[in-house]
Design a protein around this ligand. Sequence first.
Ligand code: GLC
Ligand code: CA
Length: 560
Amino acid sequence: MRKVWWKEAVAYQIYPRSFMDSNGDGVGDIPGIISRLDYLQELGIDVIWICPIYKSPNDDNGYDISDYQDIMDEFGTMEDFDRLLSGIHERGMKVIMDLVLNHTSDEHPWFIESRSSRDNPKRDYYIWRDGKDGGEPNNWESMFNGSAWEYDETTGQYFLHLYSRRQPDLNMENPQVRQELINMIRWWLDKGIDGFRVDAITHIKKLPGLPDMPNPHKLRYVDAMDGHRNVEGIHDFLQLFKREAFADYDIMTVGEASGAPISEADRWIGEENGAFNMIFQFEHVNLDFGPEGRWDFGPWEMAKLKGIMKKWQTGLEGIGWNALYLENHDQPRSVSRFGDPDNYPKESAKMLATFFMLMQGTPFIYQGQEIGMTNVVFKELTDYRDVEIYNFYRERLMDGKDVEETMRRIAYRARDNARTPMQWDDSLFGGFTTGVPWININPNYREINVKRQLQEADSVLNYYKALIRLRKENEALIYGRYDGWLDDHPEIFVYSRTFEGRAFLIVLNFYGNAPEFTVPPEFAGFKRDVVLSNYPDRPDRKQSSFTMRPYEAVVFRLER
Ligand code: GLC
Ligand code: CA
Protein backbone atom coordinates (compact mmCIF):
# COMPACT_ATOMS: atom_id res chain seq x y z
CA MET A 1 0.00 0.00 0.00
CA ARG A 2 1.34 3.40 -1.03
CA LYS A 3 2.48 5.75 1.74
CA VAL A 4 0.97 9.24 1.48
CA TRP A 5 0.44 12.17 3.84
CA TRP A 6 -3.32 11.90 4.09
CA LYS A 7 -3.08 8.33 5.31
CA GLU A 8 -0.84 9.43 8.15
CA ALA A 9 -2.99 12.42 9.07
CA VAL A 10 -5.40 12.86 11.94
CA ALA A 11 -8.35 15.03 10.94
CA TYR A 12 -10.64 17.25 13.00
CA GLN A 13 -14.07 18.38 11.90
CA ILE A 14 -15.30 21.87 12.68
CA TYR A 15 -18.97 22.83 12.63
CA PRO A 16 -18.32 26.55 12.38
CA ARG A 17 -21.66 27.75 13.73
CA SER A 18 -20.96 26.08 17.05
CA PHE A 19 -17.19 26.14 17.37
CA MET A 20 -16.16 29.62 18.54
CA ASP A 21 -17.89 33.00 18.36
CA SER A 22 -15.54 35.99 18.17
CA ASN A 23 -17.98 38.91 18.16
CA GLY A 24 -20.73 38.05 20.62
CA ASP A 25 -23.56 37.55 18.12
CA GLY A 26 -23.99 33.97 19.34
CA VAL A 27 -22.84 32.40 16.07
CA GLY A 28 -19.43 30.81 15.63
CA ASP A 29 -17.29 32.39 12.93
CA ILE A 30 -13.97 32.32 11.07
CA PRO A 31 -12.08 34.66 13.43
CA GLY A 32 -13.29 32.33 16.19
CA ILE A 33 -11.74 29.36 14.43
CA ILE A 34 -8.49 31.28 13.95
CA SER A 35 -8.36 31.95 17.70
CA ARG A 36 -8.43 28.20 18.37
CA LEU A 37 -5.85 27.00 15.84
CA ASP A 38 -3.15 26.67 18.49
CA TYR A 39 -5.46 24.40 20.45
CA LEU A 40 -5.88 22.12 17.44
CA GLN A 41 -2.18 22.10 16.70
CA GLU A 42 -1.40 21.12 20.29
CA LEU A 43 -3.96 18.35 20.10
CA GLY A 44 -1.94 16.90 17.22
CA ILE A 45 -4.31 17.63 14.36
CA ASP A 46 -2.99 17.56 10.79
CA VAL A 47 -6.09 18.25 8.71
CA ILE A 48 -9.10 20.40 9.53
CA TRP A 49 -12.40 19.77 7.74
CA ILE A 50 -14.66 22.80 7.91
CA CYS A 51 -18.38 22.37 7.27
CA PRO A 52 -19.82 24.82 4.70
CA ILE A 53 -18.91 28.47 5.23
CA TYR A 54 -20.19 29.68 1.86
CA LYS A 55 -22.92 32.26 1.35
CA SER A 56 -26.16 30.72 2.47
CA PRO A 57 -29.59 31.63 3.82
CA ASN A 58 -29.00 28.86 6.36
CA ASP A 59 -32.07 26.76 5.87
CA ASP A 60 -29.80 23.72 6.46
CA ASN A 61 -26.96 25.57 8.21
CA GLY A 62 -24.84 26.24 5.17
CA TYR A 63 -25.58 23.08 3.20
CA ASP A 64 -27.89 25.31 1.16
CA ILE A 65 -25.40 27.41 -0.79
CA SER A 66 -26.36 30.62 -2.58
CA ASP A 67 -22.82 31.51 -3.69
CA TYR A 68 -20.07 28.89 -3.85
CA GLN A 69 -17.33 31.48 -4.14
CA ASP A 70 -18.16 33.78 -1.27
CA ILE A 71 -18.30 33.54 2.53
CA MET A 72 -21.44 33.60 4.68
CA ASP A 73 -21.85 37.05 6.28
CA GLU A 74 -22.27 35.61 9.78
CA PHE A 75 -18.96 33.75 9.45
CA GLY A 76 -16.86 36.63 8.12
CA THR A 77 -15.30 37.70 4.83
CA MET A 78 -13.04 36.21 2.17
CA GLU A 79 -10.17 38.14 3.83
CA ASP A 80 -10.96 36.29 7.06
CA PHE A 81 -10.88 33.04 5.14
CA ASP A 82 -7.50 33.88 3.62
CA ARG A 83 -6.16 34.58 7.10
CA LEU A 84 -7.56 31.27 8.27
CA LEU A 85 -5.93 29.43 5.38
CA SER A 86 -2.52 30.92 6.03
CA GLY A 87 -2.93 30.44 9.80
CA ILE A 88 -3.55 26.76 9.23
CA HIS A 89 -0.68 26.36 6.79
CA GLU A 90 1.74 28.29 9.00
CA ARG A 91 1.09 25.75 11.73
CA GLY A 92 1.89 22.89 9.41
CA MET A 93 -1.76 21.81 9.16
CA LYS A 94 -4.02 21.46 6.13
CA VAL A 95 -7.65 22.27 5.48
CA ILE A 96 -10.38 20.59 3.51
CA MET A 97 -13.66 22.29 2.65
CA ASP A 98 -17.14 20.86 2.33
CA LEU A 99 -18.15 20.43 -1.29
CA VAL A 100 -21.89 20.35 -1.89
CA LEU A 101 -22.57 19.25 -5.45
CA ASN A 102 -25.99 17.63 -5.20
CA HIS A 103 -28.00 20.80 -4.60
CA THR A 104 -27.85 24.54 -4.04
CA SER A 105 -29.96 26.99 -2.08
CA ASP A 106 -33.18 28.23 -3.70
CA GLU A 107 -31.52 31.64 -3.39
CA HIS A 108 -28.65 30.67 -5.69
CA PRO A 109 -28.76 32.90 -8.80
CA TRP A 110 -28.94 29.74 -10.95
CA PHE A 111 -32.15 28.70 -9.27
CA ILE A 112 -33.63 32.19 -9.28
CA GLU A 113 -33.16 32.22 -13.04
CA SER A 114 -34.23 28.63 -13.45
CA ARG A 115 -37.56 29.15 -11.75
CA SER A 116 -38.27 32.43 -13.55
CA SER A 117 -39.62 30.86 -16.77
CA ARG A 118 -39.82 27.54 -18.58
CA ASP A 119 -37.57 28.75 -21.36
CA ASN A 120 -34.91 30.38 -19.23
CA PRO A 121 -31.45 29.16 -20.33
CA LYS A 122 -30.86 27.86 -16.79
CA ARG A 123 -34.18 26.00 -16.60
CA ASP A 124 -32.38 22.66 -16.99
CA TYR A 125 -29.85 23.40 -14.26
CA TYR A 126 -32.45 21.87 -11.94
CA ILE A 127 -34.98 19.04 -12.19
CA TRP A 128 -38.43 20.30 -13.19
CA ARG A 129 -41.46 18.13 -13.94
CA ASP A 130 -45.20 18.43 -14.48
CA GLY A 131 -47.48 17.16 -11.76
CA LYS A 132 -49.27 13.84 -12.10
CA ASP A 133 -52.93 13.11 -11.30
CA GLY A 134 -53.26 16.41 -9.48
CA GLY A 135 -50.21 15.77 -7.26
CA GLU A 136 -46.45 15.47 -7.28
CA PRO A 137 -44.62 14.00 -10.30
CA ASN A 138 -43.75 10.86 -8.30
CA ASN A 139 -44.04 9.40 -4.80
CA TRP A 140 -40.48 10.03 -3.65
CA GLU A 141 -39.95 11.09 -0.09
CA SER A 142 -37.42 13.76 0.80
CA MET A 143 -34.58 12.67 3.07
CA PHE A 144 -35.87 15.36 5.42
CA ASN A 145 -39.41 13.86 5.34
CA GLY A 146 -42.42 14.89 3.30
CA SER A 147 -42.49 14.98 -0.50
CA ALA A 148 -39.26 15.40 -2.47
CA TRP A 149 -41.14 17.77 -4.80
CA GLU A 150 -42.14 21.37 -4.40
CA TYR A 151 -44.69 23.10 -6.59
CA ASP A 152 -43.64 26.42 -8.04
CA GLU A 153 -46.49 28.70 -9.08
CA THR A 154 -44.56 30.92 -11.46
CA THR A 155 -44.19 28.21 -14.07
CA GLY A 156 -46.72 25.65 -12.80
CA GLN A 157 -44.18 22.84 -12.42
CA TYR A 158 -42.55 20.98 -9.55
CA PHE A 159 -38.83 20.90 -8.76
CA LEU A 160 -37.02 18.01 -7.08
CA HIS A 161 -35.36 18.43 -3.67
CA LEU A 162 -33.95 15.36 -1.95
CA TYR A 163 -33.28 17.45 1.16
CA SER A 164 -35.21 20.54 2.31
CA ARG A 165 -37.56 22.39 -0.05
CA ARG A 166 -35.03 25.18 -0.03
CA GLN A 167 -32.32 22.86 -1.43
CA PRO A 168 -33.27 22.17 -5.05
CA ASP A 169 -31.29 19.32 -6.64
CA LEU A 170 -28.96 20.25 -9.46
CA ASN A 171 -29.48 18.42 -12.73
CA MET A 172 -26.16 16.60 -13.11
CA GLU A 173 -27.22 15.29 -16.54
CA ASN A 174 -26.71 18.82 -17.85
CA PRO A 175 -23.09 19.23 -19.04
CA GLN A 176 -23.20 22.96 -18.30
CA VAL A 177 -23.95 22.24 -14.65
CA ARG A 178 -21.02 19.85 -14.46
CA GLN A 179 -18.72 22.41 -16.06
CA GLU A 180 -19.81 25.17 -13.64
CA LEU A 181 -19.06 22.85 -10.72
CA ILE A 182 -15.67 21.85 -12.11
CA ASN A 183 -14.71 25.52 -12.51
CA MET A 184 -15.77 26.22 -8.95
CA ILE A 185 -13.80 23.26 -7.59
CA ARG A 186 -10.66 24.36 -9.43
CA TRP A 187 -11.10 27.92 -8.18
CA TRP A 188 -10.92 26.74 -4.56
CA LEU A 189 -8.03 24.38 -5.23
CA ASP A 190 -6.11 27.15 -6.97
CA LYS A 191 -6.66 29.24 -3.86
CA GLY A 192 -4.56 26.67 -2.04
CA ILE A 193 -6.96 24.57 0.01
CA ASP A 194 -5.94 20.96 0.55
CA GLY A 195 -9.00 19.05 -0.53
CA PHE A 196 -12.66 18.38 0.05
CA ARG A 197 -15.17 16.40 2.01
CA VAL A 198 -17.77 15.77 -0.66
CA ASP A 199 -21.34 16.06 0.55
CA ALA A 200 -24.17 13.61 -0.18
CA ILE A 201 -22.28 12.40 -3.21
CA THR A 202 -24.08 9.07 -3.71
CA HIS A 203 -27.24 11.01 -4.66
CA ILE A 204 -26.05 12.99 -7.67
CA LYS A 205 -27.39 10.48 -10.21
CA LYS A 206 -31.14 9.89 -10.45
CA LEU A 207 -32.87 6.91 -12.00
CA PRO A 208 -33.82 7.83 -15.59
CA GLY A 209 -37.50 8.69 -15.88
CA LEU A 210 -37.79 9.34 -12.12
CA PRO A 211 -40.26 6.47 -11.68
CA ASP A 212 -42.58 5.91 -8.71
CA MET A 213 -41.18 3.57 -6.08
CA PRO A 214 -43.18 0.52 -4.93
CA ASN A 215 -45.61 1.53 -2.17
CA PRO A 216 -47.03 -1.64 -0.59
CA HIS A 217 -48.05 0.16 2.62
CA LYS A 218 -49.86 2.93 0.74
CA LEU A 219 -47.80 5.68 2.38
CA ARG A 220 -48.12 9.27 1.25
CA TYR A 221 -44.47 9.31 0.21
CA VAL A 222 -41.99 6.46 0.14
CA ASP A 223 -38.29 5.98 0.82
CA ALA A 224 -36.87 6.43 -2.66
CA MET A 225 -33.22 5.49 -2.15
CA ASP A 226 -33.31 3.14 -5.12
CA GLY A 227 -34.27 6.08 -7.26
CA HIS A 228 -31.40 8.34 -6.32
CA ARG A 229 -28.64 6.54 -4.43
CA ASN A 230 -25.72 4.80 -6.15
CA VAL A 231 -27.69 4.71 -9.35
CA GLU A 232 -26.03 3.04 -12.34
CA GLY A 233 -23.95 5.61 -14.19
CA ILE A 234 -22.91 7.63 -11.14
CA HIS A 235 -19.28 6.64 -11.67
CA ASP A 236 -19.15 8.50 -14.98
CA PHE A 237 -19.88 11.73 -13.08
CA LEU A 238 -17.44 10.92 -10.29
CA GLN A 239 -14.64 10.08 -12.69
CA LEU A 240 -15.28 13.31 -14.55
CA PHE A 241 -14.77 15.39 -11.38
CA LYS A 242 -11.61 13.45 -10.68
CA ARG A 243 -10.23 13.84 -14.19
CA GLU A 244 -11.18 17.46 -14.68
CA ALA A 245 -10.33 18.72 -11.22
CA PHE A 246 -9.03 16.59 -8.33
CA ALA A 247 -6.36 14.71 -10.24
CA ASP A 248 -4.36 17.86 -10.96
CA TYR A 249 -3.71 18.62 -7.30
CA ASP A 250 -2.00 16.94 -4.32
CA ILE A 251 -5.09 16.91 -2.18
CA MET A 252 -7.20 14.76 0.10
CA THR A 253 -10.74 13.90 -0.92
CA VAL A 254 -13.30 12.07 1.13
CA GLY A 255 -16.78 11.37 -0.14
CA GLU A 256 -19.83 11.16 2.09
CA ALA A 257 -21.02 7.93 0.52
CA SER A 258 -24.11 6.61 2.21
CA GLY A 259 -24.87 3.16 0.83
CA ALA A 260 -21.84 2.84 -1.43
CA PRO A 261 -21.31 -0.93 -1.69
CA ILE A 262 -17.90 -2.29 -0.75
CA SER A 263 -18.02 -4.37 -3.93
CA GLU A 264 -17.50 -1.08 -5.82
CA ALA A 265 -14.63 0.01 -3.57
CA ASP A 266 -12.15 0.12 -6.41
CA ARG A 267 -14.20 2.61 -8.37
CA TRP A 268 -14.92 4.73 -5.31
CA ILE A 269 -11.50 4.76 -3.64
CA GLY A 270 -9.13 2.38 -5.42
CA GLU A 271 -5.53 3.58 -5.27
CA GLU A 272 -5.47 3.98 -9.06
CA ASN A 273 -9.07 4.00 -10.20
CA GLY A 274 -10.95 5.56 -7.31
CA ALA A 275 -12.79 8.84 -7.64
CA PHE A 276 -11.81 9.79 -4.08
CA ASN A 277 -9.11 8.91 -1.55
CA MET A 278 -11.63 7.75 1.01
CA ILE A 279 -15.31 7.51 1.71
CA PHE A 280 -17.40 7.79 4.84
CA GLN A 281 -19.48 4.64 4.99
CA PHE A 282 -22.53 4.59 7.30
CA GLU A 283 -23.04 1.01 8.35
CA HIS A 284 -21.67 1.24 11.88
CA VAL A 285 -23.55 4.46 12.70
CA ASN A 286 -26.80 3.00 11.40
CA LEU A 287 -26.62 0.07 13.81
CA ASP A 288 -29.07 1.51 16.31
CA PHE A 289 -31.87 2.09 13.81
CA GLY A 290 -35.19 0.62 14.94
CA PRO A 291 -37.65 -1.42 12.87
CA GLU A 292 -39.07 1.86 11.48
CA GLY A 293 -35.68 3.09 10.35
CA ARG A 294 -33.51 6.02 11.28
CA TRP A 295 -36.09 7.91 13.32
CA ASP A 296 -36.76 4.81 15.35
CA PHE A 297 -34.13 3.33 17.63
CA GLY A 298 -33.16 0.15 19.37
CA PRO A 299 -30.15 -1.50 20.95
CA TRP A 300 -27.19 -2.09 18.64
CA GLU A 301 -25.65 -5.55 18.40
CA MET A 302 -22.02 -6.33 19.17
CA ALA A 303 -21.81 -9.12 16.61
CA LYS A 304 -22.98 -6.75 13.89
CA LEU A 305 -20.54 -4.05 14.91
CA LYS A 306 -17.69 -6.57 14.70
CA GLY A 307 -18.89 -7.79 11.33
CA ILE A 308 -19.13 -4.31 9.84
CA MET A 309 -15.73 -3.17 11.06
CA LYS A 310 -14.10 -6.36 9.84
CA LYS A 311 -15.79 -6.08 6.47
CA TRP A 312 -14.50 -2.54 5.81
CA GLN A 313 -11.13 -3.00 7.51
CA THR A 314 -10.15 -6.21 5.75
CA GLY A 315 -12.21 -5.58 2.61
CA LEU A 316 -10.25 -2.47 1.69
CA GLU A 317 -6.82 -3.94 2.52
CA GLY A 318 -4.68 -3.43 -0.56
CA ILE A 319 -7.55 -1.68 -2.42
CA GLY A 320 -8.22 1.63 -0.74
CA TRP A 321 -8.28 3.56 2.49
CA ASN A 322 -10.88 3.95 5.24
CA ALA A 323 -12.16 7.19 6.72
CA LEU A 324 -12.64 6.43 10.42
CA TYR A 325 -15.30 8.17 12.48
CA LEU A 326 -17.87 7.77 15.21
CA GLU A 327 -19.28 11.28 15.19
CA ASN A 328 -20.03 14.18 12.92
CA HIS A 329 -22.55 17.02 12.71
CA ASP A 330 -25.30 14.60 11.56
CA GLN A 331 -24.89 11.99 14.27
CA PRO A 332 -25.81 11.89 17.96
CA ARG A 333 -22.82 11.91 20.33
CA SER A 334 -21.01 8.57 20.47
CA VAL A 335 -20.75 8.38 24.28
CA SER A 336 -24.53 8.63 24.45
CA ARG A 337 -25.02 5.88 21.85
CA PHE A 338 -22.22 3.40 22.45
CA GLY A 339 -20.98 4.35 25.91
CA ASP A 340 -22.44 5.24 29.29
CA PRO A 341 -22.62 9.01 29.83
CA ASP A 342 -24.17 8.65 33.30
CA ASN A 343 -21.95 6.10 35.02
CA TYR A 344 -18.77 5.91 32.95
CA PRO A 345 -18.54 9.12 30.93
CA LYS A 346 -14.74 9.31 30.92
CA GLU A 347 -14.02 5.61 30.66
CA SER A 348 -16.45 5.06 27.82
CA ALA A 349 -15.33 8.17 25.91
CA LYS A 350 -11.73 6.96 26.07
CA MET A 351 -12.65 3.40 25.15
CA LEU A 352 -14.54 4.60 22.07
CA ALA A 353 -11.61 6.81 21.10
CA THR A 354 -9.27 3.82 21.28
CA PHE A 355 -11.74 1.77 19.25
CA PHE A 356 -11.90 4.01 16.20
CA MET A 357 -8.59 5.90 16.24
CA LEU A 358 -6.32 2.87 15.93
CA MET A 359 -8.00 1.13 13.03
CA GLN A 360 -6.64 1.27 9.49
CA GLY A 361 -7.64 4.56 7.94
CA THR A 362 -7.60 8.28 8.57
CA PRO A 363 -9.40 9.18 11.81
CA PHE A 364 -11.80 12.13 11.91
CA ILE A 365 -12.46 13.62 15.35
CA TYR A 366 -15.60 15.74 15.55
CA GLN A 367 -15.43 18.92 17.64
CA GLY A 368 -16.18 18.17 21.29
CA GLN A 369 -15.65 14.45 20.87
CA GLU A 370 -12.13 14.93 22.22
CA ILE A 371 -13.59 16.06 25.56
CA GLY A 372 -16.40 13.50 25.60
CA MET A 373 -19.35 15.80 24.89
CA THR A 374 -22.72 14.08 25.22
CA ASN A 375 -26.22 14.35 23.79
CA VAL A 376 -28.24 17.30 25.04
CA VAL A 377 -31.60 17.10 26.81
CA PHE A 378 -33.95 19.64 25.23
CA LYS A 379 -37.46 19.77 26.66
CA GLU A 380 -39.32 21.80 24.05
CA LEU A 381 -39.55 21.30 20.33
CA THR A 382 -38.60 24.98 19.96
CA ASP A 383 -35.24 24.32 21.63
CA TYR A 384 -34.25 22.53 18.43
CA ARG A 385 -32.98 24.37 15.38
CA ASP A 386 -32.61 21.67 12.71
CA VAL A 387 -35.01 21.93 9.75
CA GLU A 388 -35.07 18.14 9.55
CA ILE A 389 -36.58 17.85 13.04
CA TYR A 390 -39.46 20.19 12.26
CA ASN A 391 -40.27 18.29 9.06
CA PHE A 392 -40.23 15.01 10.96
CA TYR A 393 -42.46 16.38 13.73
CA ARG A 394 -44.99 17.79 11.26
CA GLU A 395 -45.20 14.58 9.24
CA ARG A 396 -45.62 12.44 12.37
CA LEU A 397 -48.43 14.62 13.66
CA MET A 398 -50.14 14.60 10.28
CA ASP A 399 -50.01 10.81 10.49
CA GLY A 400 -51.70 10.98 13.90
CA LYS A 401 -48.66 9.73 15.82
CA ASP A 402 -48.14 10.30 19.53
CA VAL A 403 -46.35 13.55 20.48
CA GLU A 404 -44.43 12.11 23.40
CA GLU A 405 -43.08 9.21 21.38
CA THR A 406 -42.17 11.66 18.63
CA MET A 407 -40.22 13.82 21.08
CA ARG A 408 -38.48 10.73 22.47
CA ARG A 409 -37.30 9.83 18.99
CA ILE A 410 -36.15 13.37 18.35
CA ALA A 411 -34.20 13.45 21.63
CA TYR A 412 -32.32 10.32 20.59
CA ARG A 413 -31.66 10.99 16.92
CA ALA A 414 -31.54 14.78 16.59
CA ARG A 415 -28.58 16.08 14.65
CA ASP A 416 -28.73 19.04 17.06
CA ASN A 417 -27.24 16.72 19.67
CA ALA A 418 -23.93 17.28 17.91
CA ARG A 419 -24.51 20.96 17.18
CA THR A 420 -24.63 22.50 20.64
CA PRO A 421 -21.81 24.98 21.31
CA MET A 422 -18.29 23.74 21.90
CA GLN A 423 -17.57 23.64 25.63
CA TRP A 424 -14.37 25.62 26.13
CA ASP A 425 -14.58 26.51 29.84
CA ASP A 426 -17.02 26.79 32.74
CA SER A 427 -17.98 30.43 32.24
CA LEU A 428 -21.49 31.29 31.05
CA PHE A 429 -22.22 29.49 27.76
CA GLY A 430 -18.97 27.59 28.03
CA GLY A 431 -16.77 30.38 26.71
CA PHE A 432 -18.28 29.85 23.26
CA THR A 433 -19.83 33.31 23.09
CA THR A 434 -20.16 36.48 25.15
CA GLY A 435 -23.69 36.85 23.77
CA VAL A 436 -26.55 34.37 23.56
CA PRO A 437 -25.77 31.21 21.55
CA TRP A 438 -27.91 30.43 18.49
CA ILE A 439 -28.70 27.05 20.06
CA ASN A 440 -28.66 26.20 23.76
CA ILE A 441 -25.46 24.87 25.27
CA ASN A 442 -25.45 21.51 27.00
CA PRO A 443 -25.69 22.37 30.73
CA ASN A 444 -22.96 19.83 31.50
CA TYR A 445 -20.38 22.35 30.20
CA ARG A 446 -19.53 23.15 33.83
CA GLU A 447 -18.08 19.65 34.23
CA ILE A 448 -17.13 18.81 30.64
CA ASN A 449 -14.98 21.52 29.12
CA VAL A 450 -11.60 22.05 27.47
CA LYS A 451 -10.08 24.28 30.13
CA ARG A 452 -10.60 21.76 32.87
CA GLN A 453 -9.44 18.85 30.76
CA LEU A 454 -6.22 20.60 29.80
CA GLN A 455 -5.43 20.69 33.52
CA GLU A 456 -6.43 17.15 34.44
CA ALA A 457 -3.80 14.57 33.62
CA ASP A 458 -6.29 11.75 33.12
CA SER A 459 -8.85 13.73 31.11
CA VAL A 460 -10.45 12.48 27.91
CA LEU A 461 -8.64 15.30 26.09
CA ASN A 462 -5.22 14.19 27.31
CA TYR A 463 -6.09 10.64 26.40
CA TYR A 464 -6.85 11.76 22.83
CA LYS A 465 -3.46 13.47 22.71
CA ALA A 466 -1.77 10.29 23.86
CA LEU A 467 -3.66 8.24 21.26
CA ILE A 468 -2.68 10.61 18.47
CA ARG A 469 0.94 10.48 19.54
CA LEU A 470 0.90 6.70 19.76
CA ARG A 471 -0.55 6.43 16.27
CA LYS A 472 2.01 8.84 14.81
CA GLU A 473 4.95 7.07 16.41
CA ASN A 474 3.99 3.63 15.16
CA GLU A 475 3.65 2.86 11.49
CA ALA A 476 1.96 -0.39 12.41
CA LEU A 477 -0.95 1.65 13.77
CA ILE A 478 -1.23 3.51 10.47
CA TYR A 479 -0.40 0.99 7.75
CA GLY A 480 -0.70 -2.23 9.66
CA ARG A 481 -3.12 -4.96 8.63
CA TYR A 482 -6.31 -5.28 10.66
CA ASP A 483 -7.51 -8.57 12.08
CA GLY A 484 -10.55 -9.00 14.28
CA TRP A 485 -10.54 -11.51 17.17
CA LEU A 486 -13.03 -13.08 19.59
CA ASP A 487 -15.80 -12.64 17.03
CA ASP A 488 -18.32 -14.34 19.27
CA HIS A 489 -17.60 -12.51 22.49
CA PRO A 490 -20.72 -10.53 23.43
CA GLU A 491 -18.93 -7.72 25.28
CA ILE A 492 -15.27 -7.47 24.34
CA PHE A 493 -14.07 -6.08 21.01
CA VAL A 494 -10.53 -7.15 20.05
CA TYR A 495 -8.43 -6.34 17.02
CA SER A 496 -4.78 -6.42 16.06
CA ARG A 497 -2.65 -4.33 13.73
CA THR A 498 0.42 -5.93 12.22
CA PHE A 499 3.09 -4.45 10.00
CA GLU A 500 6.61 -5.56 9.11
CA GLY A 501 7.02 -7.82 12.11
CA ARG A 502 5.43 -5.40 14.58
CA ALA A 503 2.05 -5.89 16.18
CA PHE A 504 -0.46 -4.24 18.48
CA LEU A 505 -3.43 -5.82 20.18
CA ILE A 506 -6.35 -3.56 21.08
CA VAL A 507 -8.74 -4.91 23.71
CA LEU A 508 -11.97 -3.06 24.46
CA ASN A 509 -14.77 -3.72 26.91
CA PHE A 510 -17.89 -2.13 25.44
CA TYR A 511 -20.03 -2.53 28.57
CA GLY A 512 -20.23 -1.70 32.28
CA ASN A 513 -19.70 -5.33 33.35
CA ALA A 514 -16.53 -7.18 34.27
CA PRO A 515 -15.98 -9.86 31.63
CA GLU A 516 -13.00 -12.20 31.51
CA PHE A 517 -10.57 -11.59 28.64
CA THR A 518 -8.32 -14.34 27.36
CA VAL A 519 -5.53 -13.56 24.92
CA PRO A 520 -6.27 -15.27 21.59
CA PRO A 521 -4.04 -18.38 21.19
CA GLU A 522 -2.41 -16.83 18.08
CA PHE A 523 -0.73 -14.27 20.37
CA ALA A 524 -0.01 -16.54 23.31
CA GLY A 525 3.72 -16.73 22.63
CA PHE A 526 4.20 -12.95 22.46
CA LYS A 527 5.52 -10.65 25.16
CA ARG A 528 2.88 -8.02 25.86
CA ASP A 529 3.46 -4.45 27.04
CA VAL A 530 0.65 -2.06 27.84
CA VAL A 531 1.33 1.13 25.90
CA LEU A 532 -1.97 2.88 26.60
CA SER A 533 -5.05 2.30 28.73
CA ASN A 534 -7.93 4.20 30.32
CA TYR A 535 -7.23 2.46 33.67
CA PRO A 536 -4.04 2.35 35.73
CA ASP A 537 -1.89 -0.67 34.90
CA ARG A 538 -2.23 -3.80 37.01
CA PRO A 539 -0.17 -6.97 37.39
CA ASP A 540 -3.04 -9.20 36.28
CA ARG A 541 -2.82 -7.87 32.73
CA LYS A 542 0.42 -9.80 32.35
CA GLN A 543 -1.55 -13.02 32.63
CA SER A 544 -3.08 -14.65 29.62
CA SER A 545 -6.53 -14.09 31.16
CA PHE A 546 -7.72 -11.18 33.23
CA THR A 547 -10.94 -9.56 34.36
CA MET A 548 -11.71 -6.34 32.55
CA ARG A 549 -13.03 -3.21 34.24
CA PRO A 550 -16.13 -1.41 32.94
CA TYR A 551 -15.41 0.16 29.52
CA GLU A 552 -11.74 -0.71 29.87
CA ALA A 553 -9.47 -0.21 26.88
CA VAL A 554 -5.97 -1.67 26.68
CA VAL A 555 -3.46 -1.28 23.89
CA PHE A 556 -0.72 -3.93 24.00
CA ARG A 557 2.49 -3.85 22.01
CA LEU A 558 3.40 -7.39 21.07
CA GLU A 559 6.87 -8.77 20.68
CA ARG A 560 8.12 -12.25 19.94
C1 GLC B 1 -25.07 15.79 4.20
C2 GLC B 1 -24.66 16.71 5.32
C3 GLC B 1 -25.89 17.14 6.05
C4 GLC B 1 -26.77 17.89 5.10
C5 GLC B 1 -27.07 17.07 3.84
C6 GLC B 1 -27.61 17.94 2.76
O1 GLC B 1 -25.62 14.62 4.65
O2 GLC B 1 -23.73 16.09 6.14
O3 GLC B 1 -25.60 17.91 7.18
O4 GLC B 1 -27.99 18.23 5.72
O5 GLC B 1 -25.93 16.45 3.31
O6 GLC B 1 -26.63 18.78 2.25
CA1 CA C 1 -20.01 35.48 15.52
